[in-house]
Write a protein that binds this ligand. Sequence first.
Ligand SMILES: Cc1cc2nc3c(=O)[nH]c(=O)nc-3n(C[C@H](O)[C@H](O)[C@H](O)COP(=O)(O)OP(=O)(O)OC[C@H]3O[C@@H](n4cnc5c(N)ncnc54)[C@H](O)[C@@H]3O)c2cc1C
Ligand code: FES
Ligand code: FES
Length: 490
Amino acid sequence: MSLPARPLRLLRGLRPVTVAAPEPDAMLLDWLRADGGHGTREGCGEGDCGACTVVVGELQDDALRLRAVNSCIRPLSSVDGCAVFTVEDLATPDGALHPAQQAMVDCHGSQCGFCTPGFVMSLFALYHQHGAQAPAGCVSREQAQDALSGNLCRCTGYRPILEAAQTMHALPARPLDTAALTAALRALRDTAGAQLRGATGTAWRPATLAQALRVRADAPDALVVAGSTDTGLWINKQHQRPAQTLDLGGVSELGRIRREAGGLTLGAGARLEDAFQALAADHPSVAGFLARFAGLPVRNAGTLGGNIVNGSPIGDSMPLLLALDARLTLASVRGERELPLSDFYTGYRRNRLAADELLTAVQVPAAPPGLRLGAWKVSKRLEDDISAVCLAVAVHCEGGRIVGARIGVGGMAATCSRAPQAEAALIGQPWSLAALQAGAAALRGEFTPIDDLRASAAYRTAVIGNLLLRLWDATEPGGEGLTGLRALAI
Ligand SMILES: Cc1cc2nc3c(=O)[nH]c(=O)nc-3n(C[C@H](O)[C@H](O)[C@H](O)COP(=O)(O)OP(=O)(O)OC[C@H]3O[C@@H](n4cnc5c(N)ncnc54)[C@H](O)[C@@H]3O)c2cc1C
Ligand code: FES
Ligand code: FES
């Protein structure tokens, strides 16, 4: 595949910059700091602390999106054609602070200051998502908490920072010149795709799906990278040094989300946050569950396809997608094929993707009226933590009887999977707590989970059944208290 070789081109704020020979494993944070941007900090190097948060601006189907992301796990090649804002870009040349910074000062939101640039960048993204002219009070407490869910602070106890988030729009407005930014990003747009060559290897950066499939066929050993929220850790923590990467971030077709009569089609490259908003709009009962996936900067970068292909047994989107009967589209230069998500995994982190294929889309069929749907994640921390177990259940009743049941579980086996025995125990039963109790008993007997740092096998077995009973609490008026479970687990 001969994508043209050229330097990496990005905007630092509004200023065009080129990088002549970026290495495929170079991370944005390291480049920013080497370039003199020492305001952006490195804490964990694995997307957990938010000290490295920057804001990336890009055109998604010509609409400007500004998102807070973790620069420590973000490949430098992935910001080709994007604008990167760091804490150095916020104050005006005469030193006047941006409202996101001034509010932190006014509310005493910083003590030792290590985390502060990262918080300020998350606030900067939140500020401009609402718009500089938005009225004071436009940011709710929940929105502030969600926007800051990927930032850790050891000093302040968070209240002052949340207050900064909720008061920054009361300060004199600081509009962003979005017209100039959009024009500058359009000028960088490159439909030809590119290969970005460093001394040690190449990052392939296709602009279309056809280019991406061609590269995949011609360079099957290139590490496919989407949001890099898993692969970034392989580089930073496992010291893997891919000689070639196939970076899908510039392929806008993969990021699209379509709602049609038959259901939702989520591009494999749809950011988790966008995909989850679409799923939550169709299924409000799982909105709280979806918000428990990582923190916002990881959901802003990570993709649905990356979660599915990574195939962790404790991946959180798969149990829900299994319960919703999702189907996958796999594509290569040879053509497309579809298969149910339930047939995708063949073992621990193994799947049916051929060496020349990419996952391109996830279809979620429209739910029948009255579907009872619930999903729950049990982890040690409420925010930004990994599941010990996860369960999603969809029950379809007609005339008071269960005529369909799909259960997706995570954390119980080598892969996320359905639970056919528990589903069979439910189907045909009258909709009742007794039916769910029978289903829970079958579910507890269906898997032999392992003991690990997150939970013991016995705990997992007990909890997975309890989570199924929660469907009663969640869907029956007055159901809470019958099982008594709502108060027990997160
Ligand atoms: C701090 C932190 C918290 C996290 N919390 C959670 C959590 O709560 N729940 C959870 O489930 N996960 C969590 N994750 C893991 C991660 O965010 C998800 O798995 C995410 O969805 C991965 O998507 P990505 O686009 O970043 O994938 P990448 O890292 O880019 O890729 C992951 C894998 O998928 C392959 N791949 C990606 N896209 C395609 C494609 N279209 N076709 C073929 N192969 C492809 C890559 O080659 C790689 O093998 C967390 C990660 C971090 C760093
Ligand atoms: S350094 Fe901790 S999230 Fe990047
Ligand atoms: S101010 Fe010290 S870690 Fe946040």
